[in-house]
Design a protein around this ligand. Structure first.
Ligand code: ADP
Length: 197
């Protein structure tokens, strides 16, 4: 494969904005690999690995896992990829992570293609997250330990302080693509595809 087939999409947006769902569909339709750090970490927690034991309490509290842990995890995921065709969901979440990702991608000759930003007003976000927890419980599925109102508010605060600055980071680089995240899943997906051109 030639480097021109590389494609790197980074989803930005607050917790509850619908990044995971939209990223999943885009990955499926575009033949990209979705790398969701939240899913990877939750998988470690449920398997009780050493990493899972280390990060479990942080996830429960809605706090961020240390940058070094995430950067090592992403480095391992990218290692050995011939063509880099990926969607990042939940990474980077801090400026240090974004800078480390830029360096990793530069080494691979695969610059960031686009950064869709899913925009949803604050008042809808907590509602969505709490509803997601309720629905999962109703279906008898595992409920995320951080999908409670209290922890969701904490996640929102962490997003505002640590992750929101990345909007400027990617905005300055010309890769940001704001997408209105309010509407049906299909409507939002349509806007996303349009924004990505
Ligand atoms: P959300 O629905 O809040 O966007 P995620 O599934 O992406 O949630 O992440 C859940 C939790 O996993 C976060 O609250 C955090 O504890 C941890 N986590 C995921 N990605 C990262 C990251 N890039 N840096 C630090 N912590 C992370």
């Amino acid at each position: 494969m030639t480097p021109s087939e590389n494609k790197v999409v980074i989803f930005l947006g607050p917790p509850g904005a619908g990044k995971g769902t939209q990223a999943e569909r885009l990955a499926h339709e575009e033949g990209l690999t979705k790398i969701s750090t939240g899913d990877i970490l939750r998988d470690h927690v449920s398997r009780g690995t050493e990493l899972g034991q280390q990060v479990g309490p942080l996830l429960d509290a809605g706090a961020l896992v240390p940058d070094e842990v995430l950067i090592a995890l992403i480095r391992n995921h990218l290692a050995g990829m011939k063509a880099v065709r990926v969607i990042f969901d939940g990474f980077p979440r801090t400026r240090a992570q974004a800078e480390a990702l830029d360096r990793l991608l530069e080494d691979l000759g695969a610059p960031v293609t686009a950064v869709p930003l899913l925009e949803v007003p604050d008042r809808l976000l907590i509602e969505r997250i709490v509803e997601r927890g309720r629905q999962a419980a109703r279906r008898g599925e595992a409920v995320r330990s951080d999908d409670t109102e209290e922890v969701a508010r904490k996640r929102q605060e962490v997003y505002r302080e640590q992750t929101q600055p990345l909007i400027d980071y990617y905005g300055t680089r010309g890769s940001l693509r704001p997408v209105d995240g309010v509407g049906t899943l299909d409507q939002v997906y349509g806007r996303l595809v349009e924004a990505l051109g």
